[in-house]
Structure formats: C-alpha cells, structure tokens
Ligand binder design. Structure first.
Ligand SMILES: Nc1ncnc2c1ncn2[C@@H]1O[C@H](COP(=O)(O)OP(=O)(O)OP(=O)(O)O)[C@@H](O)[C@H]1O
Ligand SMILES: [Mg+2]
Length: 149
C-alpha cells in the first residue's frame, strides 16, 4: 500500500498499533528516512504513549510506557557488531519494534510481522508486509485485508 504524507504513515501505525498483543514484534525495514520512526509514532499513539517517540542518534533501545510497553530498537549503530541486547527476556510483556533488523539478525525472534518501507518521492512511501509464524497471520490479514492460504 502507499501513503502520501507522513500523517498517513502515522495513521497506518496507529491502526496496526490497536491490533498489537503482548509479546508481538514488528521488524521495520527500509532506507534512511523511509518512514520507520514516523510509523512507530503511530504505534505510540495507539498505545497511549504520551512521551514523544524519537530516534536519538546513539540510543539503541528506548522503552516507553503505555497501555502496553513499547521497546523501540534502532539497530543502525550495531552494524557489523554482534551485540546482544537481551531484550527477549522482557519483550513478552510489551511490544517490540525493531528498525534496521538486518543489523541485529543473529538475535531476532523467529516470529514477527515485517514491514518494508520504500521511498517513492518526497511525500510518498510504498509500504509492504510479510510475516513469520502463525501468531502473526491474523494481524497480517487485518492489516492487508488479504487472507493467506
Ligand atoms: N508518506 C510518508 N511516510 C513517512 N514519512 C514521510 C512521508 N512523506 C514524507 N515523510 C518524511 O520522511 C521522513 C521519514 O523519517 P523517519 O525518521 O520516519 O525515517 P526512518 O525510516 O526512521 O529513518 P532512519 O533509518 O534514519 O531511522 C520524515 O521527515 C517524514 O516527515
Ligand atoms: Mg528511524
């Protein structure tokens, strides 16, 4: 699907955010400025997180408290390092959103919803979805309106 403004991407994140359950993990793939953090702000809205969601340059993991806690990971700075954040110990209680998951490959959960962001032009992004694990099938179907079998 396409969004034609950053507000539409926030709205999409908010919609998906309302479907999230404890222990769920979203992987957000896409180049710099493709909209991953913008989307995460929408998740924050759905979870009633009042603190602004940002991505400070050197912070890998930020925890926000809301209806569910949000573990927001930006793995960009981990590129080339095998560093274990150990988040799997507590992620079952909240939802985990990981930007740049390819830089945290060895430690990703086996099951997730993956969302890929592609820059089309200044205001337009192509956003596509895939999933691993039965737990995510229903979420995928709600988000895309497609059924997969
Ligand atoms: N349709 C759109 N969806 C999302 N962002 C958009 C859109 N149109 C324009 N933008 C702008 O693109 C930028 C996206 O930045 P954002 O921080 O969300 O990217 P990112 O993928 O998290 O980048 P990084 O890899 O650096 O963390 C913002 O400045 C936003 O306003
Ligand atoms: Mg970001």
């Amino acid at each position: 699907m396409r969004t034609n403004s950053f507000e539409e991407t926030i709205a999409l994140g908010e919609k998906i955010g309302t479907y999230l359950r404890p222990g769920m993990c979203l992987l957000l793939e896409g180049d710099l400025a493709s909209g991953k953090t913008t989307f995460t702000k929408g998740i924050g809205k759905a979870l009633h997180i009042h603190k602004p969601i940002s991505s400070p340059t050197f912070t890998i993991l930020k925890i926000y408290h809301g209806d569910l806690d949000l573990y927001h990971i930006d793995a960009y700075r981990l590129e080339g390092n095998d560093y274990d954040l150990g988040f799997d110990e507590y992620m079952s209680e909240g939802v985990t959103v990981i930007e740049w998951p390819q830089y945290y490959e060895d430690h990703l959960p086996k099951e997730y919803l993956k969302i890929s962001f592609e820059y089309i032009d200044d205001d337009t992004r192509e956003i596509s979805f895939s999933y691993q694990g039965e737990m995510y099938r229903e979420l995928y179907e709600k988000v895309t309106g497609e059924s997969h079998d």
